[in-house]
Design a protein around this ligand. Structure first.
Ligand code: SF4
Ligand code: SF4
Length: 401
């Protein structure tokens, strides 16, 4: 069903609910309606002003990526996150390399496009990226435990510390870790007094990944790697390289490898070179999966970005920060003198920022409100949709200015 059938508010304050035109009627108070209207128009008009292709955003240092989570597979939430952030103007949406998750992202982006067009604005699709790993990696793990081993008087610190609400003792089918929501941050593991929680890592099936990469919807891939994994990286790229042909971007997510950072990047680049016919990007993963913790979490990514940017012998590729990134990252980049400022040269500055845990945290309470309604489509609750876009726009827009 087209979104216009649900929207109750548009140009000229015409309400359209379930296909009917209901002038001057709204389910909300007029103050709320006005706020929502102004919020949406403000966001969509900003999108009009900064309507660059994702590649141009990289080239001008205005690239923003949403990280849904390499292991996060809550289909309804991935879909709504994609809807919200596509309307807030991100250039790329990075998700788990899973067919159902890819479909959820595409569906969210399609819904965003319908809303933008419905309000009279144009829309450009963000790139869809899937994340894979070459070996054991914290981004590709799930926590698990047997709740029957938990003492009945345990105050359940695991539940309180989980940023993804992935631990529940009242989950309908089972209690314990909800696997599709767990994204492997590991915070629950050390807080368990019974040492009851384990992390289980996994590597995606290469054949399935290869099929995914050939889908029209998939524009980009990101390979997560780490210390001592150059051979595993080489093997993965060799096995998968022929599937890179139609991609627009091949990214490598790499943590701080210390003194071997640049030499490792160079070796990885040599492995990729025969297969990569598009742009390439280095995701500098400062302090993995920590952006929601606080202001200081961003420091590691900015320092790593500065170090790699200063190394003129680094291999080609855009540089983008992740790992600890949050609403303070843009300002920290500016203070460190690392902002590109629209110079279309790859050595001029950091090309952009990816937001993961923090991006999800700032809409978490709104998505919980949606869940309480038993509805899965955010656009069926326009007030929640507008609030979500308004909140996320505050994160995305500073990068677009
Ligand atoms: S705290 Fe992290 S690792 Fe533990 S269940 Fe939650 S998301 Fe998974
Ligand atoms: S902290 Fe450990 S023992 Fe307590 S509820 Fe959580 S998993 Fe069970």
């Amino acid at each position: 069903m087209a979104l216009s059938c649900h929207l109750f508010l548009a140009h000229g304050r015409v309400c359209r609910i379930r296909g009917e035109n209901l002038s001057n009627q709204s389910p909300f108070s007029s103050a709320t309606t006005l706020d929502c209207e102004q919020s949406l128009h403000r966001i969509l008009s900003k999108l009009e002003c900064y309507k660059q292709s994702p590649l141009a955003a990289l080239q001008s240092g205005r690239w923003v990526k949403l990280i849904c989570g390499a292991s996060f597979e809550d289909i309804a939430e991935v879909r709504n996150l994609s809807l919200i952030y596509a309307l807030a103007g991100v250039d790329c949406i990075d998700c788990a390399a899973d067919g159902a998750v890819v479909t959820a992202v595409s569906d969210g982006v399609r819904a965003a496009k319908e809303i933008a067009l419905d309000f009279g604005y144009s829309f450009r699709d963000p790139w869809l990226m899937v994340s894979i790993n070459d070996d054991e990696d914290p981004h590709f793990r799930k926590a698990e435990f047997n709740p029957r081993l938990c003492p009945s008087d345990c105050p359940r610190p695991c539940e309180r510390v989980c940023p993804a609400s992935a631990i529940s003792f009242s989950y309908p089918e089972s209690s314990g870790v909800i696997p599709e929501r767990c994204y492997g941050c590991g915070r629950c593991i050390p807080v368990c007094p019974m040492r009851n929680i384990q992390a289980v890592t996994y590597v995606r099936n290469l054949e399935k990944v290869s099929e995914l990469l050939c889908l029209d919807e998939v524009d980009a891939v990101e390979i997560h790697t780490g210390q001592g994994r150059l051979e595993a990286f080489h093997q993965l790229v060799t096995n998968l390289g022929s599937s890179f042909d139609h991609l627009k971007l091949v990214a490598v997510s790499v943590p701080d490898l210390g003194d071997s950072m640049i030499s490792s990047m160079t070796t990885m680049y040599e492995s990729m070179k025969p297969y990569v016919k598009c742009a390439n990007l280095w995701q500098l993963d400062g302090r993995p999966m920590s952006g929601d913790i606080g202001k200081g979490a961003t420091r590691a990514a900015v320092i790593l970005g500065g170090r790699v940017l200063a190394a003129l012998d680094r291999p080609p590729g855009f540089l983008q920060l992740a790992g600890g990134t949050n609403s303070h990252t843009r300002e920290a980049l500016e203070l460190a003198g690392l902002v590109n400022n629209g110079n279309e040269s790859m050595i001029a500055g950091i090309a952009g920022i990816a937001f993961g845990g923090y991006a999800r945290k700032i809409v978490c309470s709104l998505l919980k409100e949606l869940e309480a309604t038993k509805s899965t489509r955010l656009e069926d609750h326009p007030e929640l949709l507008f609030k979500s876009i308004s909140v996320t726009g505050e994160l995305v827009w500073p990068m677009k200015l």
